[in-house]
Design a protein around this ligand. Structure first.
Ligand SMILES: Cc1ncc(COP(=O)(O)O)c(C=O)c1O
Length: 457
């Protein structure tokens, strides 16, 4: 296969879903009803849905077959044991606690470990992670390396944690840090990977301070693929082997199986600490379900178990990263400012750079995301001041970056869909100086990006 430059989808289509073609007028009307919040749209009014890669991928023939094996016994179902084996093959933690998705795992863990006066460092907290930390009264701090905050800086592992900053935090507040988190890949920082070397260094700091290290491992397979491609000495290793080393450096993990579980729902919390696991399981029973199914049906457990086998396949990962790169390279050639290098699951447009005439507090990312939908029916996601600007005390400040994320659902769109996206984004970018900022007319007290309503400035 190395003779050919074209990286094809390593699958063929087995079942199709129609996409409804809409006009600009129809999309204008839909935007108005949605309060210019793309989360409020009817998905049927979206042509190419790049809102998220979470739970939106296509499952394989073998996953659908596995679903038929789903055993819905309340306790001790064979599907639970298939799931447990799938998880522990890659992540050999002693305790695995199944949840309906990643944030349920976060909620449970931080309910036990968080609280006022506590501080949880992460390379960059994802929005639900930050919200779940802050909901307990604890503080969430982002300690990604400086390059990780600069959209244009080229670094092979821009998701790395600033180890010196972590050490300083642990020196200054030795009693306040219940857990250190590292998110692989770093979604909110552009889907950027974390190196094994960095994980080892973070582990060493955690050991010196006696603090546990957890992974937010949603995109562990993409992270492992980048390690194989980019980290010296890792090129000959098998992906499962790299994943196990990542897991071995941590004391636990939270996971959303809606990403690298290749499933439409699911997640888990896994850890080694017996006493902590006991507390977490008790909370699980309160809100999710019995410990052998958590928030999931037996059929979901089966789909995840099979997904975990498929996601570490190198043909899949090569295609996955190459197809994301294909979008990035075309936009880059056209001069659209992007976060670089390209991450695994998404291309991030630097809206602040593309729309310098719109101040961060007038949400350049939101303005751009709305324009992409209006012009081409493409739904992306603002990752910027709308998502992160709202402070717990009710004030507002600009986020570190104003990005629009075009997240690529796994195994879902073909190259011609992506060619269409490229055409639309370039068209909008060429007319960016005509876009106007936005203001919020209605918002909830937290996680406002999901439900806020907007109007043009
Ligand atoms: C890095 C990261 N952590 C946590 C989550 C939360 O997972 P879920 O959406 O399954 O609750 C996500 C989801 O997008 C994520 O990307």
């Amino acid at each position: 296969m190395d003779r050919w430059r074209t990286i094809i989808e390593p699958f063929r289509i087995h079942s199709v879903e129609p996409i409804r073609l809409t006009t600009v007028e129809q999309r204008d009307a839909a935007l108005e009803v949605a309060g210019y919040n793309l989360f409020n749209l009817h998905a049927a009014d979206v042509l190419i849905d790049l809102l998220t890669d979470s739970g939106t991928g296509a499952m394989s023939r073998d996953q659908w077959a596995a679903i038929q094996h789903g055993d819905e016994s309340y306790a001790g179902s064979p599907s639970w044991f298939a799931f447990l084996k799938g998880v522990q093959t890659l992540f050999p933690f002693r305790h695995v606690i199944p949840t309906h998705q990643g944030r349920a795992a976060e909620k449970i863990l931080f309910s036990v470990l968080g609280g006022p006066g506590k501080v949880v460092p992460n390379n960059t907290h994802f929005d639900t992670t930050r919200a779940n930390v802050e909901a307990t009264g604890a503080e969430a701090v982002d300690l990604v390396i400086a390059e990780g905050r600069d959209p244009a800086a080229l670094h092979p592992f821009k998701g790395n944690m600033d180890v010196a900053a972590l050490e300083r935090l642990l020196d200054e507040r030795p009693a306040d840090v219940p857990v250190v988190f590292v998110t692989v890949t770093n979604n909110s920082g552009g889907g950027q990977p974390v190196s094994l070397e960095n994980l080892r260094a973070v582990r060493a700091v955690c050991d010196r301070h006696g603090v546990p290290l957890f992974l937010d491992a949603c995109r562990f397979a993409e992270n492992a693929w980048f390690i194989k491609l980019r980290e010296p000495g890792q090129g000959d290793r098998e992906i499962p082997d790299i994943v196990r080393e990542m897991a071995g450096l941590a004391d636990g993990m939270t996971m959303s199986a809606k990403k690298d579980g290749l499933a439409n729902i699911g997640g888990w919390l896994a850890l080694n600490d017996d006493a902590l696991a006991e507390q977490c399981r008790n909370l699980l029973i309160l809100t999710e379900g019995f410990p052998t199914y958590g928030g999931l049906a037996g059929r979901d457990l089966e789909a995840i178990a099979q997904g975990l086998r498929e996601v570490v396949d190198e043909d899949y990962l090569r295609y996955r990263v190459a197809s994301t790169e294909y979008l990035g390279e075309a936009l880059d050639r056209a001069g659209v400012p992007l976060v670089k290098p390209f991450g695994g699951h998404a291309i991030y447009i630097d809206a602040r750079a593309l729309l310098p005439h719109i101040a961060p507090l007038e949400y350049p990312g939101q303005a751009l995301a709305v324009a992409l939908y209006r012009e081409g029916g493409i739904r992306g996601c603002e990752i910027g001041t709308v998502m992160f600007g709202q402070q717990p005390d009710g004030t507002e400040s600009p986020a570190a970056m104003d990005l629009v994320r075009l997240a690529i659902p796994r195994r879902t769109y073909t190259q011609s869909h992506i060619d269409y996206v490229i055409e639309v984004v370039i068209w909008v970018a060429e007319r960016a100086s005509g876009l106007r900022g936005m203001r919020i007319v209605e918002q909830p007290p937290a996680l406002r990006h999901f439900t806020a309503r907007f109007a043009a400035v």
